[in-house]
Design a protein around this ligand. Sequence first.
Ligand code: ADP
Ligand code: MG
Length: 257
Amino acid sequence: MTPVTGRTEQPLAGLEIEDLRVTFDGFAAVDGVGLRVGPGDLRFLIGPNGAGKTTLVDAVSGLAPATGSVRFGGRELLGRPVHRIVRLGIGRTFQTATVFENLSVLQNLDIAAGSRRRPHTLLRQRRGVPEEVEQALETIKLTAHRDRAAGSLAHGQKQWLEIGMLLVQNVRLLLLDEPVAGMSHEEREATGQLLRTVGEDRTVVVIEHDMDFMRSFATSVTVLHAGRVLSEGTVAEVRADPRVQEVYLGHAVGEEA
Ligand code: ADP
Ligand code: MG
């Protein structure tokens, strides 16, 4: 049976980035990046610290002023305010989870869902759990924990809740900044499966350092270095690229240091 991952009335769309530049006081953190992520792709974005990965995601989500072009489903995102970008179906997570710790799992999801619901719908549905919230709870495997305070969740569960908060907003492009950092092996595996599930009807970009995780779950990889694309391709292609091995301090990507 196909897992229920949320609302699917909108078609898959791809991300097309051209000549993207972000500068901080003359320093080019993102220095002319071109990148295409196909509709439904599960793309990993890797690279050393300071490569510009987070800044690139900031630019796509409207949080960093940038030049060039970022199109999703053919629509230009650059120049739009953050809330308009969100409304076009772009959702991102941060390196540290940003859930409301004192509210329950359900309340967190309800608030996130409410941001795209009309006030009368909020009132009408207050007694029951809205369908998209129910579905998200299933997908992120937190149904049994729905009444717990988000602050009491395990580290991994908080990250899944944050992803759930994007699912109920009907995101079509998920940008996840180091979602498995600090997770146990089991949590990583569960997160990888979650990304596969949500990636079935969405486009997903994952910033990640963990090479084992990348090998298991990436469908394609882009390597950033010093604000530029160093290499791109399948996991095997990128690992075999000598330039990539060089920036990873002479170790073949994925080999134990
Ligand atoms: P990554 O996520 O790949 O580790 P970042 O995108 O966070 O890298 O940072 C890329 C570069 O831009 C780094 O040199 C960082 O110090 C710099 N940088 C990031 N954000 C800012 C900022 N707000 N002001 C100045 N420099 C920044
Ligand atoms: Mg970063």
